[in-house]
Design a protein around this ligand. Sequence first.
Ligand SMILES: Cc1cc2nc3c(=O)[nH]c(=O)nc-3n(C[C@H](O)[C@H](O)[C@H](O)COP(=O)(O)O)c2cc1C
Length: 385
Amino acid sequence: MSMLTYLTAGESHGKALTAIIEGIPANLKIDIKFINDELQRRQLGYGRGRRMQIEKDEIQVLSGVRDGITIGSPVSFTIENKDWANWQSKMDVESVKDSEELSTPRPGHADLAGSLKTGLKDLRNILERSSARQTAALVGVGSFAKLFLKEFAVDILSRVTSIGKVKAKNSPIEVSMLEEIDKSPVRVTDKIAEKDMVAAIEEAQNKGDTLGGTFEVVAKGLVVGLGGYSTSGKRLDGRLCQALTSIPAIKGAVVGQIEDSVHLPGSEAHDEIHFDKEKGYYRKTNKAGGIEGGISNGSDIVLKGFMKPIPTLSKPLATVDMKNKKAAQAFKERHDTVAVPAAAVIAESAVAIVLASAMLEKFGADNLDDLKQNYKNYLKRIKLM
Ligand SMILES: Cc1cc2nc3c(=O)[nH]c(=O)nc-3n(C[C@H](O)[C@H](O)[C@H](O)COP(=O)(O)O)c2cc1C
């Protein structure tokens, strides 16, 4: 169940990525520079491959926006692949001229299962869409969701918490830290960990290897009562973890401090409830990560994502050639050594889309001003309870 629906399309080395979004209310101001900045943030991070130097993603909005304002119709956009000129002969829609058939599937990728599933023998037909390039379109969609959430003073932040074996020491994340995080080559606030992470990436690079890691995403300023407990499809925790683990290579997502609290007795694992005339209901801790019973509880929503090491390796892993069934080495593509910093930015978008949708479910979807009025009335009502 979702009020904000979208579909992205586009191959990694095709002409362009594209997306259609349905459900953005009319009258939302659209800042194209903000969207392009978000696309840029996805492309940064130490340890990215040459591809990210070639692409400078820029959005071209095709519909749903007029005079800088959404008009309630589906929003559609494209993001061109700048490298298309070099790939047209291999990826042309009508006639492919000089493409070698790939038949040695890479462990850790969709290559083998995707080929068996679709019956397509050239693995390029699988990898072109299963590649994480599609996340540029996701960030495009997420930027619209972020612009919507900003109208309600909701901010979504992220930072890297570990790369390989190097863990960052973290104090709670604040909006004021975002600039510093974005300037860090590995998107951390801990400068010692930053140095160690860069060294670990260089070491992996020199060995022809790759690394994974973890990141956190925090949503601040969200109202109590989003999501629901009545059916599994409404639960905000389930929806957010689904959104995070739908990003390529994100294999786990957790809410709040569950990694610690799973080892604690119940008496130490929850956030006791207090009341203050000014603040209303509040908590002194946020072990739950802002969600109880599948509903936002008014505290920051805190999520952590776990990214596996990049599976394309310069020193390829063992595989089987699907043409002759003989032992072989997996094929090589241009690849990143580490993409955890980028994954964290993508995760902000994935989270923004779920939260924007939950806001639309609770407060209506046709017109932003109606929605704001409903929001205000709701705040007034819960203040009396
Ligand atoms: C931002 C980002 C960049 C990525 N870059 C690469 C890459 O350069 N090479 C690669 O093999 N995998 C890369 N991946 C991971 C693969 O897309 C992913 O592992 C693969 O599609 C298989 O999907 P799965 O890991 O979800 O099972 C990247 C993932 C993200 C989020």
